[in-house]
Design a protein around this ligand. Structure first.
Ligand SMILES: [Zn+2]
Ligand SMILES: [Zn+2]
Length: 126
């Protein structure tokens, strides 16, 4: 077992349980506690956790046409859009209300409005 404070799925910081930014190269730095991780911390999640949202979801997403370019919400981070290769995506989190420490993170491309959704249940060691 890894020596960590949290049991977390790939892509989450084992020190504080926060979701980690996804990066294909270089160290991955936790947003919350600034700990650096190697790329292995992500496992396969960069692929398996990515869901291209469609019209069946319950969230409001950008309309497909005649939108202005400034609908991005939240902070913009250096994250490459898998669709148009733009390297800026806005970042927003949604804390679920359930007792489980669920966390959902939305990345929205600032250019083409592609949305990646990451969600996971964080299981805290007790
Ligand atoms: Zn952390
Ligand atoms: Zn894009």
């Amino acid at each position: 077992m890894p020596n960590s404070a949290f049991n977390v799925p790939p892509g989450f910081c084992s020190d504080c349980g926060s979701i980690l930014p996804i990066s294909k190269q270089g160290p991955i730095v936790c947003y919350a506690c600034k700990r650096q991780w190697g790329p292995e911390v992500l496992g396969d999640m960069a692929i398996t956790y990515t869901i291209h949202m469609n019209s069946t979801n319950t969230y409001q997403t950008a309309k497909d046409s005649n939108d202005s370019e400034d609908e991005a919400e939240g902070p913009v981070i250096d994250r490459r859009c898998p669709q148009c290769q733009n390297d800026k995506m806005s970042y927003a989190t949604l804390q679920l209300r359930s007792a489980d420490e669920g966390q959902t993170v939305f990345y929205t491309c600032t250019k083409c409005k592609y949305v990646s959704v990451y969600s996971a249940i964080i299981i805290v060691n007790t």
